[in-house]
Design a protein around this ligand. Sequence first.
Ligand code: NAD
Length: 350
Amino acid sequence: MKICVLPGDGIGPEITAEAVRVLKALDLKLELEEGLLGGCAIDAAKDPFPEATQRLAKEADAVLLGAVGGPQWDNNPRELRPERGLLRIRKDLGLFANLRPAILYPELANASTLKPEVVAGLDILIVRELTGDIYFGQPRGIEMRDGERYGFNTMHYSESEIRRILRVAFDAARKRNKKLCSVDKMNVLECTQLWRDVATETAKEYPDVALSHMLVDNAAMQLVKNPKQFDVMVTGNMFGDILSDEASMLTGSIGMLPSASLDANNKGLYEPSHGSAPDIAGKGVANPLATILSAAMMLRYTFGNEASALQIESAVKKVLAQGLRTGDIYEPGTTRVGTREMGDAVLAAL
Ligand code: NAD
């Protein structure tokens, strides 16, 4: 199992170090190799995604990423910005499926802006298509028509694009509570009528998973009204962009949320949902749990090792139950710890 580790910028190196310690503590045959991505790569090689990293990422079975970016690179030309490295690696690896769990551990229920009884124990997974839809559709642009400016974009999906993301979602649902909700806007958009048709057809391959459909406006409402009705949700690029942010904010704790982006062979890039947090970088106070949980997702989705994934997730739950908190999730009555101590506690719980 070859893993390319890209710590990146800001808190990236601090939090990936803890995830790597956790991976190494498991009795698995892992080969880890580090590379540069983002701002650190611009400084060292004048390229946010240098050739050496491209080779490393291609050869690896999975990539573990910290975060990229920082104010020192904000005024660079577009090609020399850290985020450009992120877009390029996603494209280079053909990552079309984005998986974002939104989990609210009962101990952190107060972190949410919603009532604890609505969100405590929340555990949903949003599967978002990442390479198609209106974000990439042609024709697009702003032009003059009849003496005024006219803006236009094109929503499109082929049935094969829809089927492959649906299969990722059905497979994920199979590993969870076997409930999948497909989100579309079939009442007004033909493109998403096709989405619904293909979802219904694909369901025949998964008789053990219960498929339901929901219109996106209702889905946005249900996510705040009764989010615990969902297990896995699957949707297109634009709806997924919006719903996955909405779902992650239900938890109120950005330092806890992992993510995965997969290709057609389950090769994946795993990273926390948050950024490089330059405001706290180098202080040893960042929450490493989102990155540690990203490593758990890697074991589950790329390496098919559910037992080790669960082992890490249980260790994280145990540490929270012990009352240990980094600053971002701290509340009175709990014990404030730093990045390294949180990593130590997860290792001990493992
Ligand atoms: P951010 O997620 O980095 O930080 C937002 C707030 O959350 C900050 O107050 C930060 O201290 C806190 N925070 C984030 N992660 C935390 C953690 N693990 N533990 C404790 N606190 C944490 O978002 P931002 O401030 O908008 O962006 C900062 C930089 O990160 C920018 O350069 C941005 O482009 C980049 N960014 C990168 C990614 C990525 O690499 N995938 C994603 C988003 C933003």
